[in-house]
Every structure is written in structure tokens, then in C-alpha cells.
Design a protein around this ligand. Structure first.
Ligand SMILES: [Zn+2]
Length: 368
């Protein structure tokens, strides 16, 4: 079921935020103009007991990793004004992550395209390589390096269902670490742990969030998505439609954007819950037969209670499977659909059964 949080498992990467802060602070405070990348290495080798901790950390990394020196060189070429914009953006984005998702921010787009391009290169590298490099973990005193694979396994042992679609079992299929807010538009969030979501492969592959990043949007870690969306069912053509549960307001827009970005309409339209439909039909039918045909009980209001009870029991069984089985929200909504839409159909069926039984009793009496 949607709405399960596992972002805290990615918190192991929170030191990555400190790294980016250090890098930007160094670029801002640094007064030396380097001619080339190698000069940064010479600078890093010079030990100075007066160096503040963030300089010591940057020096350690710069000594070991040429790519870090290259990123430092790029950033040190920026003027103070530009650097301040980047620092402010970084601070704003990591502090106000949930506000951005809710569309409450107004200013996240204040860095120019060229700077975004540079940052994309720097942070893409940090995400792909540095996050798993032991020098990086050591310098930030973050314990032993944990591979992406280990994090995935850890999450999959607790959470089985894809938090984007509620449709795939991530514990048995190939999974990916997705950036909820795309790296192309938010490079500064590339190594921000709150932005990591473990998703099924079809979600990660088929969604073009880079282009479709509409804000405000629901987020599987911070919103109970079940509350804001609902399924509707068309029995004549056996199609499923996913909708927002709110008629207006910001939650409506957030839910609409979520449905669109995750491409849920298309992915759910043919997911008619056949086996649940069969189970419900069988339980209602057998209850009706048992009471009407065998016991001759015609009390209609009692029937309605029994009908509701059967639906309710099925819903409770489904709730027990939440977090273990896919498409629970779809099936819960289907139960409600049967309760509200099919109630009359079942009552007509009941009338028929009563009639049938009366005929049967009459014909038996005739023959006696
Ligand atoms: Zn998925």
C-alpha cells in the first residue's frame, strides 16, 4: 500500500550533504587563484595546524582524488556572487525539501542554466562514485562504506512494494534507486538522501521525470498517497480509472501531478481485480443461498447487513496484507465499488432467489 516510508534507510548517506557544503564553503572562502588542478594538489599537501575541520576534510579528499580537485577547480573559478547563489540554493533545497514537493517554494530556480550544467557534472560524479568510495566515508567519519546493493537489500527485506506504483513487488524484481526530484533539474539534490527512492524497474525506466517534473506533487515518503487518490471501476468494459480523491485545492493538483508523472492511468487501466471479484461473488452467493434457499429467511435488511459484513470482512483481510501484497488500495476501492454500485444488483438477485424458493416450496406442497 502506498504511503510507506523508508527514506530513513538512505540517511546513511547524509554525510554527502556535508561534503557538498564543505566543497562550496571552501570555494567561497578560498583566496588563492589556482592556475591548474595540480596546484590544488600542492595546496592540499601543505599541512597547517590552524586549518579548520572543513579545510582538513577537503584537503584529505583532494590529496586522494583527482576528480575532487577538478570539481574544486571548477567551483573556484566562480565569482563570489555566483557561489553565494549556489550556496543559498543548496541550503534552501536541503532544508525545504518537503516545501518544494508541496509547491510552497518560489525560488528554487534561481541558478542559471550554465551553472546547473556544471553542478550536474559535479554531483553526478559524487552520486555515482564518491558515495561508494571509502575515502569519502573515512573523511566524514561515516562508518564502513555501505554499497548501494546493501541498502537495497536492507530496504527490500522490510518494504516489498514499489512506493511509486503500488503495483510491483520490489523484493523480487529488479530495483533502482531513483531521484524523486530529477537530477537534471535539481543537481544539488543528487546526493541528498531524502531525494532517494527505491523503485521498481518499470517505474524507473518508463518514467521520464526529467521532462515531466510537475510541482506540486505527492511524495511517497511524506504523503499518505492512499488518502489522495481513488480508483473507479467500469463494469461494462472492465476498465480501471485512477483519480484524485479531492475535488479542489492543492492536494488535487499534487495528486493529479503524481498520477501523471508516474503514468498511473495507463498502467492501471487493465488491472481489473478478477480474483477479488470472483471471491466476493462466491461469498455473497453462497451466503444468499445458505440463508434464502435452505433457511427460508427473507428479511431484506438482514441481507443488507450480511452483504456489508461480507464486504467488510474482505477489506479487513486485505488490510492485513498491506505492505506484503501489491495493489491493496485498488482492491480496497473495488470492495467499496461493489458495496455502493452492486448493492441493487445483489438485491435483485436476492428477490429472484426468494421467488425461486417460493416456487419450489409451492411445487413441493402441490405434490404432497
Ligand atoms: Zn513501481
Amino acid at each position: 500500500m502506498w504511503g510507506i516510508s523508508h527514506s530513513r534507510d538512505f540517511k546513511v548517506y547524509s554525510f554527502a550533504n556535508n561534503y557538498s557544503k564543505d566543497l562550496l564553503k571552501w570555494a567561497y572562502d578560498n583566496k588563492i587563484r589556482f592556475q591548474d588542478i595540480d596546484e590544488i594538489l600542492d595546496w592540499a599537501k601543505k599541512e597547517n595546524t590552524n586549518d579548520p575541520p572543513y579545510i582538513l576534510r577537503i584537503k584529505k579528499l583532494a590529496k586522494k582524488r583527482r576528480i575532487v580537485r577538478s570539481h574544486m577547480y571548477t567551483l573556484h573559478m566562480y565569482n563570489k556572487k555566483k557561489l553565494m547563489k549556489v550556496i543559498n540554493a543548496q541550503r534552501y533545497l536541503s532544508k525545504n525539501y518537503t516545501k518544494i514537493i508541496k509547491g510552497k517554494n518560489k525560488n528554487y530556480g534561481f541558478i542559471d542554466e550554465e551553472t546547473i550544467k556544471d553542478l550536474r557534472v559535479i554531483f553526478k560524479y559524487a552520486y555515482n562514485k564518491l558515495l561508494y568510495n571509502e575515502n569519502f566515508w573515512e573523511v566524514y567519519d561515516a562508518g564502513s562504506p555501505v554499497s548501494n546493493e546493501t541498502i537495497r537489500r536492507r530496504i527490500c527485506s522490510k518494504i516489498k512494494i514499489c512506493p511509486y506504483c503500488d503495483k510491483s513487488d520490489i523484493s523480487s524484481s529488479e530495483v533502482n534507486v531513483d531521484h524523486f526530484l530529477p537530477q537534471s533539474k535539481f543537481p544539488l539534490l543528487s546526493i541528498h538522501w531524502k531525494n532517494f527512492v527505491l523503485a521498481c524497474k518499470p517505474c524507473n525506466d518508463s518514467l521520464n521525470k526529467g521532462e515531466l517534473c510537475h510541482l506540486p506533487v505527492l511524495h511517497p515518503f511524506f504523503d499518505e498517497i492512499n488518502k489522495y487518490i481513488k480508483f473507479e471501476f467500469k463494469s461494462e468494459c472492465k476498465t480501471v480509472n485512477i483519480q484524485t480523491a479531492y475535488k479542489k485545492g492543492v492536494y488535487r493538483s499534487r495528486a493529479e501531478n503524481f498520477i501523471e508523472v508516474m503514468n498511473l492511468k495507463e498502467r492501471y487501466i487493465r488491472l481489473w481485480p478478477n480474483s477479488l471479484e470472483k471471491t466476493l461473488t462466491q461469498s455473497i452467493n453462497s451466503a444468499f443461498h445458505k440463508h434464502v434457499l435452505y433457511k427460508g429467511d427473507y428479511n431484506k435488511s438482514k441481507w443488507e447487513r450480511l452483504f456489508n459484513q461480507i464486504i467488510q470482512e474482505n477489506k479487513i483481510d486485505l488490510m492485513d496484507e498491506a505492505g506484503q501484497e501489491t495493489q491493496i488500495k485498488l482492491r480496497l476501492d473495488f470492495c467499496e465499488h461493489v458495496r455502493s454500485n452492486d448493492n441493487n444488483l445483489w438485491l435483485q438477485h436476492l428477490e429472484k432467489l426468494i421467488h425461486k424458493r417460493r416456487e419450489l416450496v409451492a411445487s413441493i406442497n402441490e405434490h404432497l
